[in-house]
Ligand binder design. Sequence first.
Ligand SMILES: NC(=O)c1ccc[n+]([C@@H]2O[C@H](COP(=O)([O-])OP(=O)(O)OC[C@H]3O[C@@H](n4cnc5c(N)ncnc54)[C@H](OP(=O)(O)O)[C@@H]3O)[C@@H](O)[C@H]2O)c1
Length: 247
Amino acid sequence: MDFTNKNVVITGGTTGIGLATAKAFISAGANVWITGRNAANLEKATTEINNPKLFTVISDTSKIDDIAILEKAVAESGNKLDVLFLNAGIATFEPIANVTEANFDAQFNTNVKGHFFTLQKLLPHLADGAAVVFTSSTVATAANSGSSVYAATKGALNKIAQIAANELAERKIRVNIVSPGPILTPGLEGAVPEEAKGYLAGATALQRIGDPDEVAKTVLFLASDAASFITGTELVVDGGYLNYALK
Ligand SMILES: NC(=O)c1ccc[n+]([C@@H]2O[C@H](COP(=O)([O-])OP(=O)(O)OC[C@H]3O[C@@H](n4cnc5c(N)ncnc54)[C@H](OP(=O)(O)O)[C@@H]3O)[C@@H](O)[C@H]2O)c1
């Protein structure tokens, strides 16, 4: 897929799915801005990608002031954005009885409020005909014990994406959702215990955990002209996880 000189913003682009997607867009010729909260992670990603078409912005998506920093960086670049990949996310798994207000707020502020206001603030910088992709999750469809808050954030995000697809259609901006199942990333490794990985692999039809590159390829597809008649939809990348539970 060719994204030569297209301008792409990826929130949460320093590790896992975001980093894999940044690499894929760079390989396809795009200029890519990645964000993250942590300067060291951004530096590590810069070293790993090692390409002058990569730009970094320290921006915590859960904070409105930090979203303004990202907006300023995009405005100062003088470019209109062709692709916005709203991917930053955090997850904590625990029973409802144990959830604290701080934990609830942290997940909603990052996974929902952050994406909503990043989209809102970057709307004037999106080119007509641009593509927006939200990272949701199969948890929004499943009802796994321990996932109440995280799953609720992704359910909310899906609805925001569907409505954004309708509101932005007049500018020919397509908005879609990529919903990964279990993907081997630092985020997954931090959120689930080691022994759960075997269970997660066995819960997919393909009997394995996915690779971040497999999600990245899907994001590039959704952002490309190959998906020109696709908007407001969710593309599940889960090795058959959701279906397999029904067998
Ligand atoms: N891995 C899976 O199995 C899986 C499955 C379904 C959905 N997802 C979703 O996929 C997305 C990426 O997850 P991942 O598995 O690739 O996790 P990851 O390796 O932990 O990557 C998360 C990225 O988001 C950044 N980030 C986290 N909080 C942020 C914030 N407040 N502001 C800005 N950046 C922030 C992190 O950088 P810093 O820490 O440096 O800020 C990092 O770049 C998330 O939305 C997650 O919910 C993952």
